[in-house]
Design a protein around this ligand. Structure first.
Ligand code: HEM
Length: 188
C-alpha cells in the first residue's frame, strides 16, 4: 500500500483512536448493564438493562469494532509501522480480529437472547452470567491493547528485522546515512 501523506495519517489516527477507545467505553458500559441485570432483584430493571444492551448491540458494536479494525489496518499498512514488522502492532491485529468476530457473532447473540427472554417473561438463565463474563474479558483486553498502543513494547518481529537490515544495507551503501525508522517518521 502507498504510504499515507501527513494529513491523511493524522486524520486516520484521530479516527482510529476515537473508534478503538470508544469501543473500550462501549464495552465498559455493556459490562455495567450486564452486572446490573444479573444482580438486580427487579425484573423491570433487568428488562431495562437488557433492552439497553440490545440497543448498543444493534447500533454500535458492529460499526465501532469494524472501524477500529479497519482504521488500524490503514494505519499499519499506510505508515512505516507495517502490519507484521512490530510485535505490538501484530499482536493488536490478531487480538482485535478475534474480539471483533467474538463481539459481532457471540456477544450480540447472547444480548438478543437475553432481551427476547426477559421481554417474553422467561428466565434468562446462564446467559446472564455470559453477559457479565464476555464484557469483563473484553474490557480487560481493550485496556491491554490501549496500553501496548501507547507503550509500543517488544521491538521488531523477525520480518521487521529482516526488512530493517535490507533497508540499512542498501541505504548505508548508497548514502552512508542511517535508515529512517517508524518512530523517526512519526516525528516528521
Ligand atoms: C481495540 C483495538 C485497538 C485499540 C484500543 C487501539 C488503540 C490505539 C491507540 C490509543 C493508538 C495511539 C497510540 C499513540 O499515538 O501513541 C493507536 C495507534 C496505532 N494503532 Fe491501534 N488500536 C486498536 C487496534 C488496532 C489494530 C487492529 C491495528 C492494526 C491492524 C492497529 C494499529 C495501530 C497503528 C499502526 C498505530 C500507530 C499509528 C501512527 O502513529 O501513525 N490498532 N492504536
Amino acid at each position: 500500500m502507498q504510504k499515507l501523506s501527513r494529513p491523511a495519517r493524522r486524520a486516520a489516527l484521530v479516527i482510529h483512536v476515537s473508534a478503538s477507545v470508544g469501543w473500550l467505553g462501549l464495552t465498559t458500559g455493556l459490562l455495567v448493564l450486564g452486572i446490573t441485570a444479573a444482580g438486580t432483584g427487579s425484573t423491570a430493571t433487568a428488562e431495562a438493562a437488557y433492552r439497553s444492551m440490545k440497543i448498543f448491540g444493534d447500533w454500535l458494536v458492529v460499526p465501532v469494532s469494524l472501524l477500529a479494525l479497519l482504521s488500524g489496518l490503514v494505519l499499519s499498512l499506510g505508515t512505516p509501522w507495517g502490519l507484521a514488522r512490530h510485535r505490538w502492532v501484530y499482536s493488536k491485529f490478531w487480538i482485535t480480529l478475534a474480539t471483533t468476530v467474538a463481539s459481532i457473532v457471540a456477544l450480540r447473540s447472547h444480548i438478543d437472547h437475553a432481551a427476547a427472554a426477559i421481554t417474553a417473561g422467561q428466565p434468562v438463565g446462564s446467559t446472564a452470567t455470559d453477559l457479565v463474563i464476555a464484557p469483563s474479558v473484553a474490557t480487560v483486553t481493550y485496556l491491554f491493547i490501549t496500553a501496548i498502543s501507547i507503550l509500543k513494547p517488544w521491538g521488531l518481529t523477525r520480518r521487521g528485522r529482516r526488512a530493517r537490515d535490507t533497508a540499512r544495507s542498501s541505504s548505508v551503501g548508497e548514502s552512508g546515512r542511517r535508515t529512517k525508522t517508524a518512530s523517526d517518521s512519526l516525528a516528521a
